[in-house]
Design a protein around this ligand. Sequence first.
Ligand SMILES: NC(=O)c1ccc[n+]([C@@H]2O[C@H](COP(=O)([O-])OP(=O)(O)OC[C@H]3O[C@@H](n4cnc5c(N)ncnc54)[C@H](O)[C@@H]3O)[C@@H](O)[C@H]2O)c1
Ligand SMILES: O=C(O)C(=O)C[C@@H](O)[C@H](O)[C@H](O)COP(=O)(O)O
Ligand SMILES: [Zn+2]
Length: 359
Amino acid sequence: MHTEKIQTNLGSYRVHVASGLRFNINQLIEKEYKRILLITDSTVDKLYADDISKGFDEAVDILKYVVPSGEASKNIEEYYRLLTYSIENNMDRHSLIIALGGGMIGDLSGFVASTFMRGIDFIQVPTTILAHDSSVGGKVAINHPEGKNLIGSFYPPVAVVYDVDTLHSLPSHEIRSGYAEVIKHGFIANGDLLKDVLHLDIKNEIENTQLIRHLCDGIKVKANIVEKDEKESSIRKFLNFGHTLGHAIESEMGYGNLTHGEAVAIGMLFALEISEEKFNVDLFSSDYQAWMDFNHYPIKIGKLNLSHLIKRMKKDKKAKHAIVQMVLLENIGKPILVDFTDEELSAYLDKFLRKLGSN
Ligand SMILES: NC(=O)c1ccc[n+]([C@@H]2O[C@H](COP(=O)([O-])OP(=O)(O)OC[C@H]3O[C@@H](n4cnc5c(N)ncnc54)[C@H](O)[C@@H]3O)[C@@H](O)[C@H]2O)c1
Ligand SMILES: O=C(O)C(=O)C[C@@H](O)[C@H](O)[C@H](O)COP(=O)(O)O
Ligand SMILES: [Zn+2]
């Protein structure tokens, strides 16, 4: 089992990564809980919810709430229904929430945990590759139609229990989505990880040893950053590489029409091309685009409205006084924050959308 300890001001917790862990969660949490609310989505429920319950003593009351699967459920109505369910079912400050699923479930359940009775314990049990990112670092949130994660808080879990066996039931577009965040961690902080992933055919089954190595490398990059800047006043913004445009595309296209990772993958291509032009460096943007093509990432995504996207980019949490800030790379592993005037951003985005055939 691989275990990474995350130490932040808001608390410390362990991230356990291995095969078969979902049956033994009870042994990996430090406190005893008498009442547990298992929150999952309608797809994951059928696959893994029973396995989680089996690992607990019969004396523990395990409630279950199933959210419809998909990004569209990360909304205020589901959030409110979950709070009502928790209140009606006598959850209290000594209860635990288990978030079983991908980043949608982790973000939504974590936000419920952070606000129910001003905060109760929760653990993340990730079931997607993407969730190597979302389950670590304590960002929890729901979406607003105007923008991604605009309602949320920083609230770390008490543990992360990552059973890699669950990842083998993921459909191909979710493997793509997850690997976008893995390669992001490579671009911003780990050139070896980047090289490794750029040679990877993610259309074929990835075996556990390799999967675990990539997930753990990504988790280490994230841990190093959030331990130094948990609340994103400085270097945590680097984890947003590709997200300024990625998030704008996700909300503009309607949540769930493109996965988070697929949108971020396009956002990273945009950021790489600007970086290469601005800093006169080779950041392997052509290799990256070839890798995206080879692994069937959507690149031609239909028409997008330039001014709508810019309006959305201004709502990004990194923006200050409506000035868009993007994470660029001065080199591999050397991210930097850059402010953009509206004119400059429009020019770059117009050129990029034309290249994609989206203008
Ligand atoms: N908090 C953070 O730091 C952070 C970081 C990255 C992304 N996010 C958020 O995470 C979300 C995306 O997460 P995601 O990609 O995991 O999406 P997701 O949770 O919606 O899961 C993707 C799809 O895969 C299905 N699924 C999940 N596990 C499965 C399994 N083992 N087998 C088969 N199907 C499975 C789900 O039902 C869903 O349809 C976005 O909302 C994004 O904003 C948050
Ligand atoms: O943990 C972070 O910080 C990140 O930026 C990780 C991102 O992959 C993730 O999508 C995050 O939810 C984006 O945060 P936001 O603050 O831009 O909503
Ligand atoms: Zn992300």
